[in-house]
Write a protein of this length. Structure first.
Length: 124
């Protein structure tokens, strides 16, 4: 069965119950050609090892405490704190306390240096 993503304008519940972390796992909430929105559950016993994502990301801590390793340092996120990371940067995520976060990933080609020559009408 295919995963049902939220439709445009649809309400998305981020809290799932009293013992949310123990009973719920990470899930993609919405996905389009340009963006993916993920409700991420990170438990103390299951860190995410270092990896890269092509698109830019944001990570917003909703519950618990997250250690976000990137650029040779660790940023600790508590509820209502977030971090931005440029696309392609290696990073790791672990929980100092079991945590729930909202992750946004921008998808598609990485743009650098502004519009291309073709986009400015200077293409061949």
């Amino acid at each position: 069965m295919a995963l049902q993503h939220a439709a445009s304008g649809e309400r998305i519940a981020l809290n799932r119950g009293e013992d949310d972390i123990a009973t719920f796992t990470s899930i993609a909430l919405a996905k389009t050609e340009h963006m993916e929105l993920i409700r991420l559950v990170v438990t103390k016993d299951k860190p995410m090892p270092e990896h890269r994502v092509e698109g830019e990301i944001t990570l917003l801590c909703l519950e618990g405490e997250i250690a976000f390793d990137a650029h040779g340092r660790t940023v600790v996120l508590r509820p209502n704190e977030m971090v931005y990371l440029a696309g392609g940067e290696p990073h790791a995520i672990r929980a100092n306390q079991d945590a729930v976060a909202l992750m946004t990933i921008l998808l598609g080609p990485v743009r650098t240096g502004g519009p291309t020559n073709a986009a400015r009408g200077q293409g061949s």
